[in-house]
Design a protein around this ligand. Structure first.
Ligand SMILES: NC(=O)c1ccc[n+]([C@@H]2O[C@H](COP(=O)([O-])OP(=O)(O)OC[C@H]3O[C@@H](n4cnc5c(N)ncnc54)[C@H](OP(=O)(O)O)[C@@H]3O)[C@@H](O)[C@H]2O)c1
Length: 327
């Protein structure tokens, strides 16, 4: 059985999540890739324990992570039981429902029926009585937001989640569900949007809503699935995500992207960082995000990315250079 590093809290930063009482580690670890049924279990254990030893307290899942859908929760449940049992109260576990999970009209979208059943299934897979954060994974245009919000409120009141969040909601949807949840007495804790140097949509309205509503935020795909590292500069390495996931296909690694990545990499080197570290630091600049939700395929990537915390400051000139490169 694993014993945690006694100095695990020394180097990590912890940020308050919106106006809540909850602090999240500045980096969190997500299990979308590399935690499925076909992945190596020992490597998963190494990644989770390495993250925890670095001070990462927050682990992010969803009902459909795998493949097969549900297997990432099963694997994380096994790791929790075998390695992290004594540390449950030091850990924030998140899961989500909102994408297609099982057949028929009740296994997708945002109804009360789906959300409550899905969380019950997630808890069983992870062997948990409760999760810390339960998210609605994506907006559902056909279910009234009032119904989705009431389901989230019910889930908290029934003790199956401590807090609730939304993901992929636009600024208007976020504003509306935040107002409904506040009236119900279960404030929206957090929003989980895609955000990285290539995808900056949250700067156009969402961040203003979140600040105004006192809601925290955690960016997913902060490294654009690995593009914002030095790994694709000289071609597509065997075993990288672009060789095995349909979410990052080689046709998305264009010459234009690579020329930007090369310039960003040069700037990162001048800062004494790897590009992955600069990408993490850039997400955390100005203190707007609560946490950056990284993925990893091996433990060394996690230690490298956490070391981004050694240099979070950007000069005006560096930020302008990044904007110029990204234009
Ligand atoms: N809410 C949503 O709709 C949603 C959607 C997507 C993701 N998410 C969450 O966000 C989490 C992170 O997403 P993501 O995995 O796409 O994040 P990411 O951090 O942008 O990409 C992670 C991938 O980049 C590569 N990488 C990481 N560190 C590296 C380093 N230092 N050097 C070289 N390569 C490195 C690895 O891929 P290789 O395999 O190439 O090594 C790793 O799996 C997910 O696990 C999930 O929890 C949420």
């Amino acid at each position: 059985m694993y014993t945690a590093n006694p100095s695990r809290y020394d180097k990590m930063k912890y940020n308050r999540c919106g106006r809540s009482g909850l602090m999240l580690s500045a980096l969190s670890l997500g299990m979308w890739h590399n935690f499925g049924s076909g992945d190596n279990y020992d490597n998963m254990v190494d990644m989770v324990t390495t993250a925890f030893d670095c001070g990462i307290t927050h682990f992010d899942l969803a009902n459909n992570y795998g493949p097969y859908a549900g297997s990432a929760e099963e694997n994380f449940g096994k790791i929790l039981a075998n390695e992290l049992k004594p540390y449950r109260d030091e850990i924030i576990v998140s899961t989500k429902a909102g994408y297609g999970m099982w057949a028929g009209p009740y296994g997708d979208h945002g109804s009360r029926k789906y959300l409550i059943a899905s969380l019950d299934q997630s808890l069983k897979r992870m062997g948990l009585d409760y999760v810390d954060i339960f998210y609605h994974h994506r907006p559902d245009p056909d279910t009234p937001l009032e119904e989705t919000a009431a389901a989230l409120d019910h889930i908290v009141r029934s003790g199956k989640a401590l807090y609730v969040g939304v993901s992929n909601y636009n600024p208007e949807q976020t504003q509306k569900i935040s107002e409904i949840l506040r009236k119900l007495g279960t404030p929206l804790l957090i929003h989980q949007p895609r955000y990285n140097m290539f995808e900056r949509w949250i700067e156009d309205g969402l961040q203003t809503v979140l600040e105004h509503e006192g809601v925290g935020s955690i960016s997913f795909c902060p490294l654009a699935q690995g593009l914002l590292t030095n790994k694709y500069i000289h071609g597509i390495p065997e075993g990288s995500r672009a060789t095995k996931s349909h979410f990052l296909t080689p046709d998305r690694i264009t010459e234009d992207k690579i020329s930007k990545i090369v310039k960003l990499n040069e700037l990162a080197e001048k800062r004494g960082q790897s590009l992955a570290q600069m990408a993490v630091a850039w997400n955390l600049r100005g203190g707007k995000l609560t946490s950056v939700l990284i993925g990893a395929s091996r433990p060394a990537q996690i230690t490298e990315n956490v070391a981004a915390l050694d240099n979070l400051d950007f000069s005006e000139e560096e930020l302008n250079t990044i904007d110029e490169i990204l234009k």
